[in-house]
Design a protein around this ligand. Sequence first.
Ligand code: FAD
Ligand code: MLT
Ligand code: ZN
Length: 447
Amino acid sequence: MDALLAELTAICGPEHVLTDPDVTAGYATDWTRRFRGLARCVIRPGHAAEVARALVACGRHGVAVVPQGGNTGLVGGGVPASENAVVLSARRLRRLGPVDTLSGQVTAGAGVTIAELRAHAARAGLEYGVDLAARDSATVGGTIATNAGGIQTIRYGPTRAQLLGLEAVLADGSVISRLGGIQAGNTGYDLTQLIAGSEGTLAVITAGSFRLWPAEPPTLTVLAGVPDIEAAAGLQAEIRSLVPAVRAAEYFEAAGLALVRAHTGLPAPLKRDYPAYLLADAAASDDDAEQLVVLAQLQDAVVAMDTQARARLWAYRERHTESISAEGIPHKLDVAVPLARIAAFRAELDSVIAKADARAIVFGHIGVGNLHVNVLGPAPDDDSVDDAVLRLAAEHGGTISAEHGIGRAKTAVLHLSRSAAEIAAMRAVKAAFDPAGLLNPGVLFAP
Ligand code: FAD
Ligand code: MLT
Ligand code: ZN
């Protein structure tokens, strides 16, 4: 056994240092299968002190560390590129504090899943503001590290907007902790918000404390067929003007629906087929609900009010990701453009995809202008279609990543969304936190 392995085994315990290639392969391949690496080993520390000692040991041996949570990330940020790296799985950091109903807050370990956090808050009559289809696997640590968005961004904002403080281990093994839950605080640099969205390049997150929201009245779901994306954008605006608490406004198209139906066996959602669909959730008073039903009657739409019927409608949207992956290894491009430009972007996207001799499945969180462009056809290592789509988003005043992050997938095009001065400042922050460049090298910045 090499010296580092022996030290890591002493720190984490032999059962939490994995070296069998059949086992480590699962930690070294991302959810999409597009990004595959090799891990020297996988460690699964059980608390922050073990994380700190492991980082010190890896630093002493000059070995890179790749933090990982649920491994549901879609940009290759949680898997190693080189076989020399240690994968640090935070999944055992599972402490879950009691819900503080006085201040509406909770503290959760990095390895707690979003479904667990949401259920914990719900039992206290409160709601955790982030929800996403990967809820059963995606973790507190991973969603902070990527500043995950999801289906409720339109209502509560992304993970960053829920985050009050965090505990994290820096590359030198020092632990910073701001889990006190004091919302009023103005004492210099906001390290919590700096580490949020840093994709494992600045620190290993071991816990977060979050604001919670009052639980909302029963939700109503509308699924409407529309002629195109412009109509979907218009309809979601109309719904938002009628109902104050729109909790989700999601978009998908005929091509995605066909894949979902083929993969799941679900029946057609409406009496006839449409080019595009809007799915919206609203917490509605009786008056709001009546207005929405009237609006739905003006469209070809279905309205669902009970939990099971709502879940049936949501399946058409939430099962897109797995249905696309069943067809092949997709190039997953997560862009956002101003809503006023979304129709023009969508129209030009078709010619970009045609030139690449590929097909695109487009869906996403239209209420916040976020579209997931999933391109099937090009080889996994061919980035030309990625570049073309991301450039198109930038030309329309958009961003090359709305919620998934940069990861390994988009380092070469970071300049499309960030200026040279911003990238230089970000690199300076990285150098200050991690001078030896051991935390997630190759993620966020091109090597
Ligand atoms: P991982 O995939 O393990 O890691 C992601 C990144 O975070 C990596 O860079 C990793 O190094 C870093 N990281 C992980 N844990 C830590 C830690 N403890 N400390 C420091 N860095 C860490 N994303 C959205 O934003 N919105 C969606 O609606 C959405 N829906 C999805 C639906 C499906 C079906 C799938 C498969 C994915 C979806 N995603 C979505 C993407 C993914 O779930 C999110 O990016 C999520 O935040 C990743 O969490 P994770 O715990 O799986 O992190
Ligand atoms: C979603 O909104 O479902 C996700 O971000 C996952 C995806 O892009 O496939
Ligand atoms: Zn999404």
